[in-house]
Design a protein around this ligand. Sequence first.
Ligand code: SF4
Length: 351
Amino acid sequence: MPNSLDLSTLSARLKLLKHPTFKQRYIYRNIAKATQAFLWANYKAKIASNPISAIYLVPLLILRKALYILESKAAPLHAKILSCPMPKIPTNAQKPMVWVFVKAILWAMLVLPCCVCKSLLCALLAPLSGIMRARIYARFLLGKVDMPYFELVLTTRCTLRCESCNNLMQYFDSKTAYTCTLSGIQSTLEALLERVDSIYWVRIIGGEPLLFKDIDTVVEILDSSSKVKSFDIVTNATIIPKPRLLEALQASSKCFVSISDYTKSPNLSVKLHIQKLQDLLSARKIPHSVLWQEATAAWFSPGQIYKRGRDRQGIEANFRSCLMPCVSVMSHEGIPKLIGGGNLLRIRLFG
Ligand code: SF4
């Protein structure tokens, strides 16, 4: 992956398309996130605001709902059937076989319709993916800059402070903790939005993003930008959102709430409000989902973080060759001087 990209001419852009890492990181990621944004959109809000122009979304909405019901109801049942222990009938070799047969029938009854619907959805999505692909290529060749995804870090403070936090929150303490200021994150977003033509998915994270008191304004900023196509907030369900935030979420047609389920965390000492949060969001028809709540989900520890002794060049080379680069956006005003504050607005497209 080159260090800087020349996008000024059509021939330069065509040349870039020959670069496999660029294609993977830019074109393919944009196709995936653009499709996701299209599917995630709050169609109910769109249809309600303009029923005539959004009529074509109704079948998609029905299909999405059907898939959601199938996945939420049939999949846990399926997991239960598969994990059901064999009855102990040691003397009769025929009976376990009968049980396997019964399981197969149950599987066919419950899982097969799910698979059929999924295949149907995939078949319906195939043309959509083709349209998205053509759109992304065309936009790139026309010189548009699309950003597939980034994470907006509002704070490193978290109510859980998990031992093996993937976001490395356990390495921040009271002196190094970061929380952006509203004006800081606002100007950072403005600067970013000036430089791109669209962003398909923004994920608001922390720490626990609900600890950021102006999160409702951040939601409004993202919602009001036509360049931002979809965004979600990831919360650990330890904080009940304030009415202002719920109102902002309800008014948005492109926001989604992702609730992480930490019930199985071995060191959990803080109360989780998953059900209450779901009820609140459902009551206001705010799209949401609970991540990793399947019966088969297990706690996974990513292990310890350790230094690999890479120099700056090595770190950069590693980042540039990564096919799924993490892009975090923070406001420089929230970064303490201690950890090298100053201007951390290093928005360098394509990593
Ligand atoms: S809840 Fe999430 S962000 Fe907070 S410490 Fe745990 S893994 Fe990290």
